[in-house]
Design a protein around this ligand. Structure first.
Ligand SMILES: NC(=O)c1ccc[n+]([C@@H]2O[C@H](COP(=O)([O-])OP(=O)(O)OC[C@H]3O[C@@H](n4cnc5c(N)ncnc54)[C@H](OP(=O)(O)O)[C@@H]3O)[C@@H](O)[C@H]2O)c1
Length: 472
């Protein structure tokens, strides 16, 4: 079982916010309830909102109870007794000095790692980088930092972010978190190919007619208008999660899962990924009623849905169309990868248009299935489509996404985190599309809540003679 082997202190900047309550506090509960905590740990919330330790502990416990089923009160009490709060401004040096003093009071040993978690909007990153760089980073205790996406708003700002971070901190201190990488099912896209030659033989461009990646959400923007209306789903989902899924599926298999080798392979893939640049290859949608949300302007053109056609310019993947689509307020929560195989030459002669498919469902329930055509009894060559399906629920040492990533950070392993070169490559693809959106080069198509997105998304793929395979 993966355990936090080192004693640690986690300092959560922005501890009064939504990510902390929804993900970080429940993950810390998961660590303790599953016996993954080290001998000694401390959790310190830091934000501007005035609070006492007791008030913060009560909030912390309430969030855990809200997010986790069947909470064990005794375990929660033990966790909460290690939780503290420090009120501070993000741009006040003295508040960080006060934080360091507080840490010395509460930490029982110096033999530990401190993890600073940036659970704040990116607009606050600069101040905290400076504050932490001038204080916590000068202490003798080893310091690591977790940053949550988005990493910049485009190529240029992501480079600036990197410069600011690395002006103060060493590369091995920095952990860039995309929570999709904490999903066992996402990493499985690579490890299935690594461990099963059947997959590595099949998943090669020469065998494949097209690849489809879908990430649908049934929820709307859930009160996050301030963030979402400035960003849109292209940057929120495609630049990060969908490109990561595509990379794990198509990158060359590194000889080991050492962090450096995995990143090298991923960067190589992303360097070769491209979007042709034609407005015809992209669909921009917005769900009906989006403009009525509090905080969204009446004439907002922010996209809540995109579908696009991509390619990979490599010997292996040349000529294989890759279709990505993602949106909010759709029929159901669903993430899948469908690989549609090219038909056999004789299959067409027989007038059999159906194709083999390999379907990997990542959410809500993980599974892998093959869609095979099997001959029915008798003299006629008639085929039935059979689905051989296997659930691939995580077995063994399974954790939720943030829990796994916290454990990897405490262990100092970067393999499941992003690296700036791959972030740059992703922005290089996204930036020109973002510009097309800003200049209204791509029409904004409205779509019904509860459906599968605008009709134009169907037309995008049908133009190439394919259709979306909706297995939900
Ligand atoms: N929420 C999610 O599900 C989610 C998912 C993926 C990534 N993320 C990323 O995780 C980070 C945190 O997200 P979040 O949703 O928790 O953010 P949030 O709730 O908007 O903000 C977290 C805390 O930061 C402080 N803060 C907010 N706006 C500020 C401002 N303009 N100036 C100074 N301080 C401010 C507030 O604390 P005080 O006022 O008390 O200081 C707030 O409670 C962001 O980078 C976000 O993009 C979030």
């Amino acid at each position: 079982m993966i355990k936090a082997e080192k004693n640690f202190t986690m300092i959560i900047f922005g501890a009064s916010g939504s990510l902390a309550k929804l993900k970080i506090f429940p993950s810390l509960y998961e660590l303790i309830s599953e016996g993954r905590m080290p001998e000694e740990f401390k959790i310190v919330g830091y934000s501007r909102t005035e609070k006492t330790d007791e008030e913060f502990r009560a909030e912390f416990a309430e969030s855990v109870k809200h997010e986790v089923e069947n909470v064990d009160d005794k375990v929660l009490d033990e966790l909460v007794s290690n939780v503290f709060y420090h009120t501070g401004q993000y741009d006040n040096h003295d508040d960080y000095v006060g934080l360091c003093e507080r840490l010395k009071e509460i930490e029982e040993t110096e033999d530990r790692v401190r993890v600073g978690y940036f659970s704040v909007p990116p607009s606050v990153f600069d101040d905290i980088i400076k504050g932490v760089g001038e204080t916590l980073n000068k202490e003798d205790v080893e310091l690591r930092l977790i940053f949550e996406k988005p990493f910049g708003e485009n190529y240029v700002t992501s480079k600036e972010l990197k410069r600011k971070i690395f002006d103060q901190f060493e590369r091995n201190q920095v952990f860039l978190l995309d929570h999709y990488l904490g999903k066992e099912a996402v990493f499985n896209l690579l490890s299935l190919r690594y461990a099963n030659s059947i997959f590595s033989y099949l998943i090669q461009g020469k065998n494949i007619a097209n690849i489809q990646i879908t990430a649908m959400e049934s929820v709307d923007i859930e009160g996050r208008a301030g963030y979402f209306d400035n960003v849109g789903i292209l940057k929120d989902m495609v630049q990060s999660h969908l490109f990561q899924i595509l990379a794990f599926l198509t990158m060359y298999i590194p000889r080991s899962f050492e962090s450096k080798l995995v990143h090298q392979s991923k960067v190589h893939l992303l360097e070769n990924m491209y979007f042709e640049g034609s407005p015809e290859d992209i669909v921009r949608g917005q769900y009906e009623g989006y403009r009525g949300h509090d905080g969204v302007s009446e004439d907002s053109n922010t996209e809540t849905f995109v579908a696009l056609k991509m390619g990979i310019d490599s010997t292996n993947w040349h000529g294989v169309p890759i279709y990505l689509r993602t949106g909010k307020s759709l029929k159901q929560k669903w993430t899948s990868v469908v690989i549609e195989f090219a038909p056999h030459q004789y299959q067409k002669k027989l007038g059999e248009g159906r194709t083999n498919k390999l379907v990997m469902i990542l959410q809500p329930d993980e599974s892998v299935s093959f869609h095979l055509l099997t001959k029915q009894g008798g003299r006629e060559l008639q085929f039935d489509e059979e689905v051989t399906s296997k659930p691939i629920y995580c077995k063994g040492d399974c954790t939720s996404e943030h829990t796994r990533l916290l454990l990897e950070c405490i262990a100092g392993d970067h393999m499941l985190f992003l690296d700036f070169p791959e972030i740059y490559e992703a922005w290089k693809i996204i930036d020109p599309i973002g510009e097309m959106f800003e200049n209204d080069k791509v029409p904004l198509d409205m779509y019904e809540v509860g459906g599968v997105g605008p009709k134009s998304a169907d037309e995008l793929i049908e133009r190439d003679g394919f259709k979306w395979h909706n297995f939900f």
